[in-house]
Design a protein around this ligand. Structure first.
Ligand code: DAU
Length: 317
């Protein structure tokens, strides 16, 4: 964004919880048009102060507790950050005035699709039908966003995206976790039988979609963002083993996630028709690029793995 819009000033507000890492921002930290602020979106005072100082035009809410397994262990923080944090941000938008509030949401608000119906996809009209505390918190936030549009006329948009992958992905998620474990010759924990399907999208394709929506999307609208790139978990893990020259014997089947969604698949017709967006990165290329990034940035993720993350997950080995 800094390269594409040299006139923009970009402010990043982040609480830096376990998944936040300032080294991720190292490439832009000294940019004259960039400012980082450590704060919590639930902290009304801090948010209002920032709005007063910066008078932002566009707010993009990427902030969320995002990990399904963690939400099963501890739903409360998901309700606070994902729902209340969204309300605090939108209240500030109402108070100080903005031209656009964009909510980064998820395809998980639609629940899941059966494996034996490959003809079914999530459209923007698919009913909300959540499975986990995480997806319920995101769906609740979406409803609030639409309510602020209807009740207060706040100029909002929502994007519901499928699974992202790429550089800087926190190694609690499937792809970076498998890369990190495989490189350390540790077991690769596959939930259940590994047959669950996700619709993978390279992170830069997602960001391109958000850029289009905030500048050209219609206010009050929801846009599904997906890759038409459905893959079974087990096939991804095998692909990572092959790329890294590691044996498939590392694969270890572990207890299934509670309430585990079977299949996500996005129909991106609306964003294609209205904004001309299509994913550009083929999965075969994206996964190679991603693996190369993890090989070249061991420093970034090894620090994370040696720290708090290791204490958290019973399946992180
Ligand atoms: O669909 C978008 C969503 O994708 C986002 O809204 C979420 O914030 C994001 O976390 C992601 O949710 P998933 O639950 O699909 O992602 P995760 O990487 O946790 O898991 C992907 C699949 O891999 C899922 O079927 C569970 C499985 N899995 C995951 C982990 C971490 C395993 O089999 N073993 C594992 O160790």
């Amino acid at each position: 964004m800094l390269d594409k819009y040299p006139d923009y000033r970009i402010v990043c507000l982040d609480k830096l919880t376990y998944a936040g890492n300032l080294s991720t921002l190292a490439p832009v930290m000294d940019h004259p048009k960039f400012r980082f602020v450590k704060a919590d979106i639930c902290d009304r005072e801090a948010v209002n102060q920032l709005f007063e100082e910066e008078q932002p035009d566009i707010i993009v809410n990427f902030a969320a507790e995002s990990h399904v397994d963690r939400s099963i262990e501890n739903p409360g923080i998901f309700l606070e950050t994902n729902i209340m944090g969204t309300a605090v941000l939108m209240d500030a938008c109402r108070k100080y005035g903005i031209t656009r509030y964009h909510q980064v949401s998820t395809d998980e608000v639609y629940g899941d699709l059966p494996l034996d119906r490959p003809d079914l996809f999530f459209t923007e009209e698919t009913p909300i039908h959540t499975s986990s505390p995480y997806s319920s918190s995101k769906a609740s936030a979406d409803l609030l966003v639409l309510a602020y549009y209807r009740t207060y006329g706040l100029p909002v948009t929502i994007s519901r995206c499928s699974n992202n992958y790429g550089p800087y992905h926190f190694p609690e998620k499937l792809i970076p976790l498998m890369i990190a474990n495989a490189l350390a010759d540790k077991p690769l924990p596959v939930y259940g039988e590994g047959l669950n399907v996700r619709d993978w999208l390279y992170v830069e394709d997602h960001c391109r979609a958000i850029d289009l929506i905030i500048h050209k999307g219609r206010v009050g609208e929801v846009y599904n963002v997906g890759g038409h790139n459905e893959m079974r978990n087990i096939d991804i893990v095998k692909m990572i083993c092959k790329e890294l020259g590691k044996p498939e014997s590392l694969i270890t089947y572990v207890a299934d996630r509670k309430g585990h969604d079977m299949r996500y698949a996005i129909d991106p017709t609306k964003i294609y028709n209205e904004l001309g967006w299509l994913p550009e990165t083929k999965f075969e290329d994206g996964i190679k690029k991603t693996i190369r990034w993890y090989l070249e940035h061991r420093d970034w993720w090894e620090k994370i793995i040696n720290g708090e993350y290791q204490e958290y997950s019973p399946t992180s080995f």
